[in-house]
Each structure stands twice: as structure tokens, then as C-alpha cells.
Ligand binder design. Structure first.
Ligand code: AMP
Length: 287
């Protein structure tokens, strides 16, 4: 059964989403960037290119079966869609930020009647209501960080990743409302009709997302070092150990390693006498 997948057509989530589709083995027809719609050569899929912020409602209505968008946008919409998968990119947080000199250190310090500028009015409203604060929310479509300087807001509720935009605008983060990253969402009705095909597609995307933080490491190591190596390179099911023709004292190991541990692992391997260390990218990890 044919599946319609919505992908952000521009903005922060666009490029990586397309890369992941390609890495998952979906051959999207060329020139996709300018198109609204593309077919996939090697599967029964079509891809629609939409604004990340519109994807949630298109999926909710069932106009498309699945979509890649930000978790923040799903939460803000309040719409009942199935979140099938975290994608591991587009990480950010929805935070409360105030001018550095405002004298507010935490959300409790926000006075009743404060003017809040945000593109996330539903989440902001819920957050302050939970704290028992009566704030006055102005909905804007972007550039929240300039509103305190313009005198139209006392504080903002906005997405933050590195925090550098806040710093440039002399704002400081005083509370985190929600964490976000890119997610794969699905229409509940579509899941009932073509759940199997949709789960296959989600699992292909997951295999790419899972490989994202991993590397494949190969090295020739002295047999006597194997016990020590197992301690810091556990791999998925333990390292694969292979004989090298004509050598009794050295074996080859192959192991999947967290990207963050590569630097340390290579140093340790070298100290244990490893040679011929190779580190390679992994496109997909299918369990
Ligand atoms: P777009 O407006 O099309 O660029 O997409 C915005 C989406 O990108 C947001 O809803 C988030 O899910 C995601 N995102 C990731 N990091 C950030 C960030 N630092 N600022 C804004 N959006 C971000």
C-alpha cells in the first residue's frame, strides 16, 4: 500500500531529513528541493515537502500518512498524532528567557501581568498556568529575542539550542518548558490501515538514526590485550575477533563504538599495542 511521507521543505530540519531518507535507502527523484512532491524510485512511497509547522496538522488530518517534524510543534499543536520515533537531530529546548538585568532567576520570579512574547502560546499558557501565574501572552511568528528590547515583552518563551542567540540579545534562560528533537509522526487512522508498511519505513529511518552516534572500529591487537580491550570496547554483542593468517600473537577486532568514545578508545588501543586502527562511518544499524 502506498505511503505518503511529509518532509520539511526548508528550515533547520530539511537537510538532515533528506539525508536520512537517502541513507535509509530511499532513492528520491532528483531536484527535490524545489518540488512540492516527489516519488521514490525503489518503493511505494511519495514524499511531500511542507513547512515543518504544517506537517503536524497534515498528518493529523490523514492528508499524509507520516511526517518528520519537531516534537515542539507536535506538543504545541495539541493534536492527537502518534510519535513513532525520535530522530536524534534538531535537538533544542523550549525555554523561558528574560533580559539579563531583569532580576529574575527562575520562573517563580516572573510577576503576574508580565508580557510574554512567543510562537508557542499553548505551551507557554499551560506552563504559567501550572505555576499559578497570570501572564499576558502575545503571539509572534518569529524573532522573539528582539521583543524585550523593543519594549513589547518582559520575557520570551522560545526555542534554544546553543544559547548564543540569547546571549547576543542579552537574554538569559531561567526555565526549560520542554525538550525537543526531530520526530517521525503518524496518522492514527493510517496506522490502522497500513501499519505494517509504515512501521517498516519507521524502522528503516530508526536504523539510520541509531547509526548516527556510532562508528565502526577495526584494529589488529595482541591476543594478550583482549581481556583489557573487552572492558572498554564492549560493542553490541562483544567485539568480533578474527584470526590473521600466519599470526598467532595478533588478532583483528571489529566493534561498533559510540562516537563520543572513539578518541579515548583509540588512545587506549594504541597503549595496548594495537596497530592498523581504522574508523569508519555506519550508514544503518538494523538489529
Ligand atoms: P523551521 O522553522 O522550518 O526552521 O523549523 C523549526 C524547527 O526546527 C523547530 O520547530 C524545532 O523543532 C527545530 N529546531 C531545532 N533547533 C532549533 C533552534 N535552535 N531554533 C529553532 N528551531 C529549532
Amino acid at each position: 500500500m502506498s505511503i505518503k511521507l511529509a518532509v520539511p521543505n526548508k528550515g533547520r530540519l530539511n537537510e538532515r531529513s533528506l539525508q536520512i531518507l537517502k541513507q535509509a535507502g530511499l532513492e528520491i527523484e532528483d531536484g527535490v528541493e524545489r518540488k512540492l512532491y516527489a516519488t521514490v524510485k525503489n518503493g511505494d512511497f511519495s514524499v511531500m515537502f511542507l513547512r515543518a509547522s504544517d506537517i503536524v496538522s497534515f498528518v493529523h488530518k490523514g492528508a499524509v500518512d507520516m511526517g518528520i517534524t519537531g516534537r515542539d510543534l507536535v506538543l504545541e499543536s495539541g493534536l492527537d498524532v502518534e510519535v513513532m520515533l525520535d530522530m536524534g537531530f534538531g535537538r533544542c529546548r523550549l525555554s523561558v528567557a528574560v533580559p539579563e538585568e531583569a532580576g529574575m532567576e527562575e520562573a517563580e520570579d516572573v510577576p503576574d501581568g508580565a508580557l510574554v512574547a512567543t510562537s508557542f502560546p499553548n505551551m507557554a499558557r499551560k506552563y504559567f498556568a501550572k505555576l499559578g501565574k497570570k501572564v499576558d501572552i502575545t503571539v509572534i511568528s518569529g524573532a522573539a529575542e528582539v521583543t524585550p528590547r523593543l519594549g513589547v515583552a518582559d520575557l520570551i518563551v522560545d526555542l534554544v539550542s546553543s544559547g548564543s542567540t540569547l546571549k547576543t540579545n542579552h537574554l538569559k534562560e531561567i526555565a526549560v518548558i520542554a525538550e525537543s528533537e526531530a520526530v517521525v509522526i503518524a496518522s492514527k487512522r493510517s496506522l490502522e490501515e497500513k501499519g505494517e508498511e509504515m512501521r517498516d519505513l519507521a524502522s528503516a529511518l530508526r536504523s539510520v538514526a541509531d547509526a548516527e552516534d556510532k562508528k565502526y572500529l577495526m584494529a589488529d591487537v595482541p591476543v594478550t590485550a583482549l581481556d583489557d580491550i573487552r572492558k572498554f570496547l564492549p560493542g553490541i554483542a562483544g567485539p568480533t575477533i578474527m584470526n590473521i593468517v600466519g599470526r598467532d600473537d595478533v588478532v583483528a577486532i571489529h566493534v561498533v563504538v559510540d562516537k563520543s568514545k572513539i578518541y579515548d578508545s583509540v588512545n587506549k588501543l594504541k597503549r595496548l599495542g594495537a596497530t592498523g586502527i581504522l574508523i569508519m562511518p555506519i550508514d544503518r544499524m538494523v538489529p
